[in-house]
Design a protein around this ligand. Structure first.
Ligand SMILES: C[S@@+](CC[C@H](N)C(=O)[O-])C[C@H]1O[C@@H](n2cnc3c(N)ncnc32)[C@H](O)[C@@H]1O
Length: 256
């Protein structure tokens, strides 16, 4: 006999870039993208953003309010740019957890951070943002930088982050968003759909993954929608800051 709830579950769909796919398929498709790009991830970030991703990340740290001795979760942390900065900020008495669903990205992150001498207060956890394997009220701050876009059930992920934040803790979501200025939109589209996949092809031998990147950015909720989703998950005093004309936005919300 067919279990009806199982049948309707397998028919649920979501987006993978511009394609509509079964929900269960997306996690493997996203995994393939990041297995494929892991080794060239950092160099591609610098090339694609002309190095500006460093400023967006710096701004995120500045808005985090993280202090010595605190516990931070860098979720979907990948190659660990934010983890490295937080590790220095929280010091020996604090702790940073770099969590990511993808073992190739985690491996690159762990190697990179060890090579630059970041050891001691950082731990590495393979985890899905939708079901975080931490007790309630664990972290003072959670960041998810360029990660939420790739998560299948974003509402479940936001609820999970809310659960593991301590009261008084804050979530920072750094993500591509909607440019606030129409002419910028056109130039940005031309760059994303024509130039970016070519750079991906030349540098990472993978134009397809960078086509997914451009498409996934367009499918991601805009500034106001993401703010409403955070509020729905329980976050309060939620605000966002447009960076580089809204190409990227930093959302921040608190758990009280
Ligand atoms: C574009 S990278 C961002 C890496 C890093 N945070 C940065 O800003 O450079 C996106 C990361 O999200 C991770 N990711 C995708 N889906 C995830 C999920 N459901 N849970 C946790 N991590 C996920 C990917 O494996 C990848 O490492």
């Amino acid at each position: 006999m067919v279990d009806e709830s199982q049948e309707s579950k397998s028919q649920e769909t979501t987006h993978f870039g511009f394609r509509t796919v079964a929900k269960e398929q997306k996690v493997d498709m996203v995994a393939n993208v990041f297995h494929s790009v892991a080794a060239k991830y950092d160099v591609m970030n610098d090339l694609m953003s002309f190095g500006i991703h460093r400023l967006w990340k710096r701004y995120t740290i500045d808005c985090s309010g993280v202090r010595r001795g605190q516990r931070v979760l860098d979720l979907a942390g990948g190659t660990g740019d934010l983890t490295a900065k937080f590790s220095r900020l929280v010091g020996e008495t604090g702790e940073v957890v770099l969590a990511d669903i993808n073992d190739s990205m985690l491996k690159m992150g762990r190697e990179k951070l060890r090579n630059i001498g970041i050891v001691g207060n950082v731990s590495y956890v393979q985890a899905n943002a939708e079901a975080l394997p931490f007790p309630d009220n664990t972290f003072d701050c959670i960041t998810i930088s360029f990660g939420l876009r790739n998560v299948t059930d974003k509402d479940a992920a936001l609820r999970s982050m809310f659960r593991v934040l301590k009261p008084g803790g804050r979530l920072l979501v750094l993500e591509f968003s909607k440019p606030a200025f129409e002419p910028l939109n056109k130039a940005y589209d031309a760059y994303s759909f024509h130039i970016l996949p070519r750079i991906g092809e030349m540098v990472a031998q993978d134009g397809e993954s960078y086509r997914y990147l451009a498409e996934s950015i367009r499918m991601h909720p805009d500034q106001e929608t993401l703010k409403a989703m955070m509020e729905e998950a329980g976050f309060e005093n939620t605000t966002y800051f447009n960076l580089t004309g809204g190409i990227v936005a930093l959302h921040r919300g608190y758990k009280f």
